[in-house]
Ligand binder design. Structure first.
Ligand SMILES: NC(=O)c1ccc[n+]([C@@H]2O[C@H](COP(=O)([O-])OP(=O)(O)OC[C@H]3O[C@@H](n4cnc5c(N)ncnc54)[C@H](OP(=O)(O)O)[C@@H]3O)[C@@H](O)[C@H]2O)c1
Length: 346
């Protein structure tokens, strides 16, 4: 395997920290540049930001300068807040770099939808059609060719992996698909907000952005090709729970035809025959966050209620790995033509 030079912008955030950790173990990556916001007036040693990396990587974190970022690498990971990547990506593309963007700037194909869901106009709508929405289990060939991969949202990954096979097999009705999801606190990024304080979060639980979370349109967009005419309609209620990491999404679905637990199993098994990071649970064995935390796996389990024509599916992932940094490295592996498990311990 040849070695690629890789830079990370947003290196001091939760997703950036996980990217550094994974890429230090990757056999074909050389980390060459780390960038974050402009809060320091000079570069700061990585070991001073994250003492866990002391002795492992002799790099400093610098203020983000897109031209410097472009000159430092073959491939850049962008783990930046939404609205920041869209002005960095064109500079990287012009310099001939390939990009995996962990943020949301290039996930939606429609610039009007971006403005509606993210509250500001897109500054480079001409690039939206080119970006490949990066779920390797669904779009490996397009990812392999892509210059720009839009790494999916964390909730979105868990929901899409659970629903795409069922829709393609026409096993479930595509209207009013109800999703109840719980996320650990790192899903909100490393920022100080009163609602994120220990005293607010501990022994507490609440829904937020009920039926208007910004991952709704990217899920509907990604599932549309599997659902056929009319697409899908999602009812999505996310919750934040007092744990550090992990997402558990439970989907309440109406069967479109008679099906047993075994029929659903066969559908998932065939769809994910060559997907090393999707695991199907045995009947009556439901995934826990601890089963997937620290891994790039998505665990799926389900039950069928024949009398009520109901199908309930649960998907569990680590929001920072299969929901962010792990999937981003999986995408890079596909882009580089390496085994998709490289550095990810499947
Ligand atoms: N957390 C998750 O579970 C998760 C899952 C999927 C996708 N994502 C997406 O991944 C991205 C990063 O998420 P995160 O949770 O790692 O966020 P985070 O912990 O808040 O980190 C954000 C990073 O971006 C840097 N940054 C902020 N504003 C900047 C600017 N104007 N210019 C340059 N750098 C800037 C920060 O640097 P400073 O430290 O210097 O401020 C920090 O390194 C977001 O788009 C998020 O939506 C996150």
């Amino acid at each position: 395997m040849s070695t690629l030079k890789v830079a990370i912008a947003g290196a001091t955030g939760y997703a950036g920290e996980e990217l550094i950790r994974i890429l230090l173990q990757h056999p074909s990556i050389q980390l060459t540049h780390l960038a974050a916001s402009a809060k320091w007036d000079r570069p700061v040693a990585l070991a001073d930001v994250f003492p866990r990396f002391a002795g492992q990587l002799d790099l400093s974190v610098e203020s983000l300068d897109p031209a410097r970022l472009a000159s430092s690498c073959d491939v850049a990971f962008l783990a930046l807040p939404h609205g920041v990547s869209m002005d960095v990506v064109p500079i990287l593309l012009k310099a001939g770099r390939r990009i995996v963007d962990l943020g949301s700037d290039f996930r939606l194909r429609d610039s009007a939808a971006y403005a509606q869901w993210y509250g500001k106009p897109h500054t480079h709508p001409e690039l939206l059609a080119e970006a490949v929405y990066g779920i390797p289990e669904l779009s490996k060939e397009a990812i392999a060719r892509a210059r720009l991969v839009a790494n999916p949202g964390c909730y979105a990954t868990s929901i899409i992996l659970a629903l795409a096979p069922l829709l393609r097999a026409k096993l479930v009705e595509r209207e009013w698909m109800v999703v109840d999801a719980k996320s650990g606190l790192t899903g909100a990024g490393r920022k100080a907000e009163p609602s994120m304080m220990f005293s607010e979060m501990n022994e507490n639980l609440w829904p937020y952005k009920v039926n208007h979370h910004q991952h709704t349109p990217e899920v509907e967009q990604a599932l549309a090709p599997f659902a056929g005419a009319g697409g899908v309609s999602l009812c999505f209620v996310p919750h934040v729970v007092p744990m550090n990491r992990g997402i558990l999404s439970t989907m309440y679905l109406r069967l479109a035809k008679t099906a047993t637990w075994d029929d659903v199993h066969a559908t998932y098994r065939d769809f994910y025959r060559e997907a090393p990071f999707v695991r199907l649970r045995p009947q009556n064995q439901w995934p826990k966050i601890h089963d997937v935390a620290g891994t790039n796996y998505c665990d799926l389990a389900w039950t069928v209620d024949q009398a009520k024509r109901g199908l309930i599916v649960t998907a569990a992932i680590d929001n920072l790995l299969k929901g962010a940094a792990g999937q981003a490295v999986q995408n890079l592996n596909v882009m580089a033509g390496w085994p998709e498990t490289t550095g990810l311990c499947a």
